[in-house]
Unconditional design. Structure first.
Lengths: 295, 134
């Protein structure tokens, strides 16, 4: 596989998206939710159909952004937070996500919590990956099944990925990608495992935005610089990453126990301490990439 | 294809894929190979068969760490990470974890996972990376 063979964007750059296509290989990069989503892989279709499918997949993200964005003052969720509307008057999907958040709060022992210190509903810890999973499923249901999605730093890999390199995911250092010290902390290789998602939570990009749901005043979670979760499902990985970052190093014990009780649905965690030390669930060690794959 | 040709595609796919994946930027994003070498030196440079030796600062990730290697009768019995202040009170359940992470650091990859970045950060990171490729 050689992404370098994709020479330049097809057609003009439309709005804030870029589409690339060459001989069955494609990539689509588009902005939504204040970040960048990149689908890339192989397609059985021609250029026009592939592009149209990618744009429709992105529409799922744009629609979720329109409804859930807490950065858009008039989104249903923003208006809900200000008491200007009720859950019943919001699009039904808001209540569905609300229910999901309650379920995840139970599963994570309260460490994932969609209620802010100000007691408003903020499902941001889940909406991006929830919508990204929807976009990826759209492609898979419509015949594009061999690709990866990078949803602003959260990674999803399809079952049918046909190239070894696409199973390998780097984990960034717990510093901003735009900083001088940017670079790779380590690389995991998910080939041959049941895992399909990698999510990383930390304060490197957006400051201390994850609060500790169990702290008296819901203080900012500070004990870890960054966490990375590897799981079968993108939303599951994202939720556990948010929860683990809030909980701190004890999340490892909690997930080791979870994995003992759910051997078919394991979740692996890597934590980075502010001084650079690492800790991880028992099963994480087997995920570190070895050597370089034959291309 | 020459490096200059790649850089000429500043707004092209290579730039996008390079951040979302690592095909072009693997070498840039793997400064840790030096760290890997450093830690190996720590393990092998000591000629004593017993006792502890502390490596020079290893330029690992976003700071420096020291690896303290303990040997007994010529065999390595422990590798401890970090200064005493860093690891005080913490379980050293996995002293080899950092070593494994460093060993995997320089390998190639297709996607990069990190804390969610803004669009501007994404673009800035691309610019930084392309400038370094130059």
């Amino acid at each position: 596989m050689d992404y370098e063979s994709l020479s330049k964007p097809v057609g003009s750059v439309q709005g804030k998206s870029q589409f690339y296509f060459s001989d069955g290989l494609f990539a689509h990069a588009e902005e939504s939710m204040g970040t960048v989503f990149v689908f890339k892989g192989r397609t059985p279709f021609g250029q026009d159909k592939t592009r149209a499918l990618c744009e429709r997949a992105m529409d799922i993200l744009h629609e979720a952004d329109r409804i859930f964005s807490t950065y858009k003052p008039n989104s249903p969720v923003s208006r809900l937070a200000r008491g200007e509307t009720t859950l019943a008057d919001c699009p039904p999907v808001v209540a569905a996500v609300w229910d999901d958040c309650e379920a995840w709060e139970k599963i994570t022992g309260g460490w994932f919590n969609a209620f802010t210190p100000q007691h408003t509903f903020d499902p941001s810890g889940l909406v991006k990956t929830w919508a990204a999973r929807g976009g990826a499923r759209y492609l898979e249901e419509n015949g594009i099944t061999d690709f990866t999605l990078n949803a602003g730093g959260d990674i999803y890999i399809t079952d049918d990925v046909s190239v070894d390199l696409d199973w390998r995911v780097a984990i960034h250092k717990p510093v901003s990608i735009q900083s001088e010290g940017a670079g790779v902390l380590t690389v995991v290789d998910l080939k041959g495992t049941d895992y399909r998602a990698v999510c990383t939570s930390g304060s490197a990009e957006r400051g201390e935005h994850i609060w500790d749901p169990k702290a008296p005043g819901k203080e900012s979670a500070k004990s870890l610089a960054q966490v990375t979760v590897v799981a079968k499902d993108l939303v599951q990985a994202d939720v556990w990453a948010t929860a683990a970052f809030a909980q701190g190093p004890r999340a490892i014990r909690q997930l080791n126990e979870h994995n003992r009780q759910h051997p078919q649905d394991k979740v692996q965690l890597l934590v980075v301490f502010p001084d650079g030390d690492l800790d991880a669930t028992e099963g994480f060690v087997g995920l570190f990439a070895k050597g370089d794959p034959a291309q | 294809m020459s490096r200059k040709t790649r850089i000429g595609w500043a707004n092209g796919f290579i730039a996008v894929a390079a951040l979302a994946g690592g095909v072009v930027l693997t070498n840039h994003y793997a400064p840790g190979t030096a760290a890997g070498t450093g830690s190996n030196n720590a393990a092998t440079s000591s000629t004593s068969t017993s006792g502890s030796a502390t490596s020079d600062d290893v330029p690992y990730q976003f700071g420096d760490i020291q690896l303290k290697v303990t040997k007994a009768n010529g065999k390595i019995t422990a590798i401890d990470v970090g200064s005493s202040t860093a690891t005080a009170g913490r379980d050293q359940a996995f002293p080899y974890l950092v070593q494994y992470a460093i060993q995997a650091q320089g390998t190639s990859f297709s996607n990069l996972s990190g804390a969610t970045y803004t669009t501007d950060a994404f673009k800035q990171a691309l610019d930084n990376a392309l400038a370094k490729l130059g």
